[in-house]
Design a protein around this ligand. Sequence first.
Ligand code: URA
Length: 437
Amino acid sequence: MLMTDIIAKKRDGGALSREEIEFFVRGVTDGSIPDYQTAALLMAIVWRGMDRRETLDLTLAMMNSGETLDLSGISGVKADKHSTGGVGDKTSLALLPMVAAQGVRMAKMSGRGLGHTGGTLDKLESFPGFTSALTHERFMSQVERVGFAIAGQTADLDPADKKLYALRDVTGTVQSIPLIVSSIMSKKLAAGADVIVLDVKTGSGAFMKTEADARTLAREMVEIGKMAGRKTVACITDMDQPLGNAVGNALEVKEAVALLKGEYTGELRELCLTLGSCILTEAGAAKDGDEAREKLIKGIEDGSALAKFAAFIAAQGGSEKDVYDVSALPEAPVKYEAVSEASGYVAHIDAEGVGLVSMHLGGGRATADSAIDLAVGVELHKKRGDAVGAGESLATIHARDAGSAGRAAALLRGAYTISPVRPGPVPFVKAIIRSEG
Ligand code: URA
């Protein structure tokens, strides 16, 4: 088989056979196909697309390019969750203990943040002593014993995706539905869960800017998950403003803990209830969405979700007491109010802009190996639709020093659009997509 023939076939709009796709993925993984040929094929896929059968073959070939986790030794149904990412997205921190408290085990691999979006592992490292470097055995036994674990993705999981994504990132070939689907789903399938719930975000702060694109991506991922034998559901949710009120590592952890303590009732809680209901119903732990929601709410009210989170932090090297009393978590020395210059209603908050404020404060990574400041970030006091008066605080900036706080406040003000008219309500959960079959 020749790579030049495969490139030409896709360039001319042909469908690649399973053998051709496997040859390509093998060559990418072992380095025998040069980057220029890989990039040429990726660009041909961007333009010509792939049908569902090709997308499935690509996904499975990528999944099989490295280690796959066998979770069958853990009792019960195992679930996993993926988010396409956004600003202030600390959902996993609250969702996993909420679900685990209802007896459904969750086994999750997570990543670190790059650019303006934070990573779950970085956030969790706000707890002194926390580690995400778990051996396979420790990961499995913790899921069994505690109900959930969050580990860093190992180098051996889906090596084809690591190479392909790095190349896509620098060749303008990220935006392609079959390439995104195969990238996300190959990792999720390799991680071994029986139930996969996908949070596909849409809006100005999301990877998928329009709802139509988010729906297409969600539909394809759900169908590929099903064809691969996993129960897969996708929720389309709003990312037209940051999620919740906190943006920044330790600040986001504190917000997730507040949710688990029953002290937070905003859209982050709604998101956790929606995703959690999908997991409980797919796992057979609730007969329908209503019963699932009731169980999840009860788990917050009776403290069992918070207790699960504390047990998880302790199992991964932290201390339970830091969950019940978050004062040991990093805290920035400077707090500075970013006040509004106009009065009216918040018409829009540029989520990416707020993410960049947090990054400039030191809370995000400019490059993969830069250090981050876990204490800094932004606490939003005004969200879309809220009334605001001139001189009133839009947000508290948590900064290392006064200079960076002042610059961040100016940037933060620029991320807000204040209008004389109150904007209409926008549904937070836009759709739940299940398999058509
Ligand atoms: N996230 C991924 O993991 N892969 C993509 O291709 C896009 C987003």
